[in-house]
Design a protein around this ligand. Structure first.
Ligand SMILES: Cc1ncc(COP(=O)(O)O)c(C=O)c1O
Length: 360
């Protein structure tokens, strides 16, 4: 190490990539009707919460939990019909995104599309990866040719895609994903983030059985209604899963995580019916938004709708005056004027629909 390096690091030990990276783009705001974070609007029913508390009472909190939540992994393996050795759990799928970026992005490439889920690019920035964000096509479809040529230009690295896409809600065509996988070959790790998969009737999970370099991400934060608990998981081949597991700290799934998820998974019919309700409400919201004289809602396969308005700042403020919080998206590439609204309860959606009638 040269003297000048030592001097620099003494001046500021924090890597420049971390100092220069933006914060995660989110400003907490209170509002009676909260439609800004794509959460489930339905809390865990009280009966199930009581069952969770009762089971937690039987557990010794002074002992460490299982090292990698082996019992819960078994349950997820049964739910997904997936080899348990290919399941990795983390306190939130965002932890898995960051771990994946660490295993294949440090000193290598991170590739994604813009607009996209902010954490993919942010992970690349924090880790000092060689980051490429390719713009989506004007109709929000994937820039397949550009993605394929970037992949062929060379890795190694990691490609992040969300399916359905966030924040547009679009479902990419499987044939396009297959073309992308063909170009990715072995040198790229391809992450297909299915955070909203329950709101569609298609999954790309099978691709992780057929391709050793594909990882599927799932979360308990959306359809399962456990955003406050923090739990996500990865499905891949056992070898890739073992490498991801190395990046995660031992004992990082607490007994609270484990017991909560176990109880919720014992009652899948509750989640199924709440998801059906959300899909019904999404259609109702879409129908109402299509009647708006100045706005364009984009078709969604998730639990939110992206809407192009004339002025996102004004619309966001006018909705907030009526107690309704949505998320501005207008700072993202090609999303001028856009807001994103989560699908709420019938009551919340009625309030949103009524408010849109007064706002131009
Ligand atoms: C596409 C996508 N992936 C991952 C996440 C994060 O999920 P988690 O709550 O499991 O960290 C989100 C959250 O909004 C998301 O939209």
């Amino acid at each position: 190490m040269t003297i000048s390096t030592v001097k620099n690091s003494a001046q500021n030990p924090v890597r420049s990539q971390v100092r220069n990276a933006p914060l995660y783009p989110f400003t907490p705001t209170d509002a009676p009707i909260k439609l800004d974070q794509n959460e489930s609007p339905f809390d865990v029913p009280l009966g199930l919460k009581r069952e969770i508390f009762a089971r937690l009472e039987q557990i010794s909190w002074n002992r460490y939990p299982e090292m990698h939540a082996e019992g819960l992994k078994q349950k997820i393996s049964a739910l997904e019909d997936w080899d348990v050795a290919g399941v990795v759990l983390a306190p939130g799928s965002n932890v898995l995104i960051y771990a994946l970026a660490q295993i294949a992005g440090i000193g290598q490439r991170v590739l994604t599309v813009a607009p996209g889920f902010a954490l993919y690019a942010l992970s690349g920035k924090l880790l000092g990866s060689n980051l490429t964000e390719l713009p989506l096509e004007p109709d929000f479809s994937l820039p397949v040719d550009d993605l394929c040529s970037e992949l062929q230009r060379g890795g190694p690295g990691i490609l992040f895609l969300a399916e359905p896409h966030a924040p547009t809600g679009a479902l990419h065509s499987t044939s396009n994903i297959l073309k992308i996988l063909e170009s990715a070959r072995g040198e790229w790790l391809v992450v297909l983030d299915e955070a909203y998969v329950q709101y569609t009737n298609s999954s790309l999970k099978h691709l992780a059985l057929e391709h050793d370099n594909v990882a599927i991400l799932r979360t308990f934060s959306k359809a399962w209604g456990l955003a406050g608990v923090r739990l996500g998981y990865l499905l891949s081949n056992p070898n890739l899963a073992a490498n991801v597991q190395k990046m995660l700290l031992p004992f990082n799934i607490s007994v609270l995580h484990q017991v909560t998820a176990e109880v919720i998974l014992e009652h899948p019919e509750i989640t199924k019916s709440l998801v059906e309700q959300t899909i019904f409400e999404r259609d109702r919201m879409m129908h109402a938004l299509q009647a708006h004289p100045n706005w364009t809602p984009y078709p969604s396969h998730a639990n939110y709708i992206l809407i192009r308005t004339g002025d996102a700042r004004r619309v966001h403020a006018q909705l907030l005056e009526r107690g309704i919080l949505v998320r501005r998206q207008d700072s993202y590439l090609n999303l001028e004027g856009c807001i994103r609204v989560s699908i709420g309860t019938t009551f919340e959606n009625d309030a949103f629909i009524a408010a849109t009638k007064d706002i131009s």
